[in-house]
Design a protein around this ligand. Structure first.
Ligand code: GLP
Length: 255
């Protein structure tokens, strides 16, 4: 595992975007696993900027997103489908037919999970999976306690995730309580993983995930077992690791 230091959110976003760009340049038909949340927004802005400058071409790329709320259709501005359209897909030259998310309108859970797993297999698996991390260590919507061996499944969101995501909804009551998510097994099968982390609120959970015991109680901790993980985190998110394991961080200004 490589842990890369960035001064702030902007620099974290730029470094992470560089890694995604390298993937697209080296393999134009890459399958990119994408994430939502506040963390990847700066990365997506940077990728759009490089696309507009002619440095990046997405025409042969495929994308699979980690998750989607159950009950929201793609036209709902709170859906992750809408998020991806507005924050990335509409602003680059990706073929809409090559962009994939779980279908939040499919109420038959088993059917939808099977469809999404089959799709990922048909695409040949994920080349580079971008991840954020929830405050309780969740990845996608794999909440603490989720079995590591799961593929795409339907989850009931924890109270802390509902509270954390309420900022995107008009009221707390409107936050969906269930979501489809790629499971940790599918995420671990990605050839490369890029974990982007920003802000002091993530400092404790980032240290626990990367250096603590590997346990379903901290879903991100399983990343310790993946052979090719790069973590790009800003100074605030690295606060605890900078103190406890300073020699583990590349680009640490105090080294
Ligand atoms: C949501 C998403 C996750 C994301 C997490 C953290 O729960 N399902 O994929 O990593 O939020 O979001 P943020 O980056 O806004 O802290």
């Amino acid at each position: 595992m490589k842990i890369l230091y960035a001064d702030n959110y902007q620099s974290m976003s730029r470094k992470a975007a560089n890694i995604l760009s390298a993937q697209i340049i080296l393999k134009s038909n890459s399958v990119l696993g994408l994430a939502t949340g506040s963390t990847p927004l700066g990365i997506y802005r940077q990728l759009i900027d490089w696309y507009q400058k002619g440095d990046l071409d997405f025409c042969a790329c495929h994308t699979v997103n980690l998750d989607e709320y159950v009950g929201l259709d793609p036209q709902n501005p709170q859906s992750y489908a809408w998020f991806m359209q507005s924050n990335l897909f509409r602003q680059i030259n990706i073929d809409p037919a090559n962009t994939h998310l779980p279908d939040g309108t499919q109420m038959d859970e088993m059917l939808e999970c099977q469809r999404y797993n089959a799709l990922i297999h048909r695409l040949g698996g994920v080349d580079l999976q971008l991840l954020g991390i929830g405050r309780n260590g969740h990845i996608g919507f794999n909440e603490p306690g989720t079995a590591f061996e799961k593929e795409t499944h339907c989850v009931r969101l924890t109270e802390s995730t509902i509270q954390a995501n309420a900022r995107f909804f008009p009221s707390l009551e409107q936050v969906p309580t269930r979501a489809y998510t790629m499971g940790m097994k599918a995420i671990m099968q990605a050839r490369k993983i890029l974990l982007a982390v920003s802000g002091a609120a993530k400092a404790d959970i980032l240290e626990a995930s990367l250096f603590g015991p590997i346990t379903p109680q901290v879903p991100a901790s399983i990343l310790q077992l993946h052979p090719d993980v790069t973590v790009v985190a800003d100074q605030e998110a690295l606060a605890v690791i900078l103190h406890a394991h300073p020699d583990q961080i590349a680009g640490n200004p105090s080294c």
